[in-house]
Write a protein that binds this ligand. Structure first.
Ligand code: NAD
Length: 310
């Protein structure tokens, strides 16, 4: 019988699917590396989320491991090259969180443009900061999407059809023309996106070529009234440059879900600024995204083992 070790909470429907497919499902929430080394010994597959860590020693201990599934996107916690070396298949669910991240982008954007978080903080302290809360409307403004992939396009859709914004974008790859046409989107050079956009939203993966893509020079290209949203990866933005830009008014504000250092250290300079809204990497943290992620990897595992035993 195929044994699946589920080492992180996944949606109950996903567990049910695995059990109904005839697998022996063992559940242990976030075991330590030592515990995992023991648990994985006789497992055929291991299911994780962003935790627990699956380093080389765990993979080596899983003598019968044939697959590792990440119920989500990032594979940072898994030693993928070691798994590949040993011929272990890796599955994830890259599309599962797209809509949730896109909706958070809009939430952050509105919170910055209308100073919602600032107003809420002050009101709780008995301060009626009405005069300080003059904001921006988004209708008719231009959103610049950097990285026109799954999330970038979803943000573009909501921005265009939900808020009446114009869409410009930059991507290294040319996206399908029907999508570009439907969104009446304009593909521009990267610097031009920073110059023209009222809102810049980042949706590229973290690579050598995208590390600190948002630096002092690019922040200075932006309009003084512009807003930067980062829900991609912290390393895409040079944090020190952003702090300078926010303090000195090169841009109006920023909304961030990801940081160069996570968790964001207590008392970090970003937490002292009123024109930034901060969330603790919650882009994919919705019931729906987690359900989709669990169900997608369960389906992939079922298909994989059905082929294996054929
Ligand atoms: P995707 O692969 O669908 O899209 C990324 C796009 O970026 C692609 O179109 C690709 O061609 C483009 N790209 C790659 N290198 C580029 C470069 N140098 N310049 C411009 N474009 C480039 O990915 P996605 O699912 O849309 O995810 C986008 C980002 O969101 C990733 O960084 C991912 O880690 C992050 N993410 C964050 C959360 C969260 O919780 N905040 C959740 C999921 C994903």
């Amino acid at each position: 019988m195929v044994k699946i070790l589920v080492a992180a909470p996944i949606h109950p429907d996903a567990i049910k699917m695995l059990e109904e497919a005839g697998f022996d499902v063992v559940y242990r929430e976030y075991p330590s590396v030592e515990e995992l080394k023991d648990l994985v010994k006789d497992a055929d597959a291991l299911v994780v989320r962003s935790k627990p860590k699956v380093p080389k020693e765990v993979i080596a201990a899983g003598k019968g491991l044939k697959a590792i599934a990440r119920a989500g996107v990032g594979l940072d916690n898994i030693d993928v090259s070691e798994a590949k070396k040993r011929g272990i298949a890796i599955f994830n669910a890259p599309a599962a969180p797209s809509r949730s991240v896109a909706e958070l982008v809009i939430g952050l954007l509105l919170a910055v443009a209308r100073k919602i978080a600032y107003a809420d903080r002050n009101l709780r302290e008995g301060k009626w900061v009405k005069k300080e809360c003059l904001g921006y409307e988004l209708y008719g403004k231009t959103i610049g999407i950097v990285g026109f992939g799954r999330i970038g396009r979803e943000v573009a859709r909501i921005a265009k059809f939900g808020l009446g914004m114009k869409v410009i974008f930059y991507d290294v790859v040319e996206p399908p023309q029907d999508i570009v046409k439907a969104l009446e989107a304009l593909r521009l050079e990267l610097d031009e996106v920073f110059r023209r956009a009222d809102v810049v939203s980042l949706h590229v993966p973290l690579l050598d070529s995208t590390y600190h893509l948002v630096n002092e020079r690019r922040l200075k290209l932006m309009k003084k009234t512009a807003i930067l949203i980062n829900t991609s990866r912290g390393g895409i933005v040079d944090t020190n440059a952003l702090i300078k830009a926010l303090k000195e008014g090169w841009i109006a504000g920023a909304g961030l879900d990801v940081y160069e250092e996570e968790p964001l250290p207590e008392g970090h300079p970003l937490t002292k600024l009123n024109n930034v809204v901060l969330t603790p990497h919650i882009g994919a943290s919705t019931i729906e995204a987690q359900a989709r992620a669990g169900i997608e990897v369960a389906s992939k595992l079922i298909e994989f083992f059905q082929k294996e035993t054929r």
